[in-house]
Design a protein around this ligand. Structure first.
Ligand SMILES: NC(=O)c1ccc[n+]([C@@H]2O[C@H](COP(=O)([O-])OP(=O)(O)OC[C@H]3O[C@@H](n4cnc5c(N)ncnc54)[C@H](OP(=O)(O)O)[C@@H]3O)[C@@H](O)[C@H]2O)c1
Length: 264
């Protein structure tokens, strides 16, 4: 289902206070959509909402911890009260981390799953029914290339993104079988220049990876392009998707390549 005209549509973006979600929210507003901005940091959301309003757009800020099912239900209700409906849900809130499995704190591993995966599940459960009822809607899941190919010191993060991509793949098929009129796009970004990477992570990043970093604006352009074409999957930069084919055909070769390029 192609999406080209955003005028009159209502969107909700999680993780709107920073990075990819912030750029995506600004672009949605510029294209004419009303945007509900969700994240924990209220001041950042309000600054963004004011920026959108100053440019003639419409936005509401709805602070929320996506890992808390009760808060998500409450915020989804507030967004529906404010806009009447939500046509586009972008599940983007998330964080990373890097550690050897043995050193990774169990509580943080659980928290990571609650934010990256369960946050997506809660918002989709809360907002999909009204899309199905109206037989229209778009879901955008911001997963990661790490949701297709794991790498060293990313085990807990990759698990959250594999879960997210698996949910997306299954749900997209359910929507098709139901003839629901709702489209799901899963996005697998590579390495994007955002506050996602702490100074420590940047210092530990292999030079090759650091040099392959892309800007969030480029990713957002690609997301809008993929929605306009009715695509169901987007990997950005596109060249990274060659890795999926290599993984399927020659898993040991890909494994050795991953070990080689992630070597510090
Ligand atoms: N940057 C990359 O290279 C890259 C690559 C692949 C995938 N991704 C994915 O892209 C998404 C966005 O990341 P980004 O690069 O834009 O990072 P970012 O700049 O750090 O933004 C992350 C956003 O998620 C929000 N967030 C984190 N925990 C939250 C929680 N518990 N409840 C509500 N909101 C929460 C943050 O807001 P608050 O702190 O205000 O809550 C922030 O708005 C993530 O899912 C990430 O896994 C990023």
């Amino acid at each position: 289902m192609q999406l080209e005209n955003y005028r009159g549509l209502n969107a909700l973006v999680t993780g709107a206070s920073s990075g990819i979600g912030r750029v995506l929210s600004l672009r949605l507003a510029k294209e004419g959509a009303r945007v509900a901005l969700v994240a924990r940091r209220e001041a950042e959301l309000e600054t963004l909402a004011e920026e959108i309003r100053a440019a003639g757009g419409e936005a509401v800020s709805l602070p929320c911890d996506v890992a808390d099912a009760g808060q998500v239900t409450d915020v989804a209700r507030k967004a529906l009260e404010a806009f009447g409906s939500i046509d586009i849900l972008v599940n983007n809130a998330g964080y990373g981390g890097q550690s050897n499995f043995l050193d990774w704190d169990l509580e943080d591993m659980e928290r990571l799953m609650r934010v990256n995966y369960f946050g997506t599940l809660y918002f989709t459960k809360a907002l999909l029914p009204q899309m199905v009822e109206r037989k229209t809607g778009w879901l955008v899941f911001v997963s990661s290339v790490s949701g297709k190919i794991a790498s060293p010191e990313k085990s807990a993060y990759a698990a959250t993104k594999f879960a997210m991509s698996g949910l997306a793949e299954g749900l997209s098929l359910d929507l098709e079988v139901m003839n629901a009129g709702v489209h799901l796009l899963t996005v697998h970004p590579g390495v994007v220049r955002t506050p996602f990477f702490t100074e420590q992570m940047l210092r530990g990043m292999p030079e090759k990876t650091r040099n392959s970093m892309v800007e969030p604006e480029g990713l957002v352009d690609a997301i809008f392009g993929a929605l306009a074409k009715g695509k169901r999957e987007l990997t950005y930069p596109g060249g990274l998707s060659a890795g999926y084919i290599v993984k399927a055909l020659a898993p040991n070769f890909l494994r050795n390549q991953v070990l080689r390029v992630t070597k510090k």
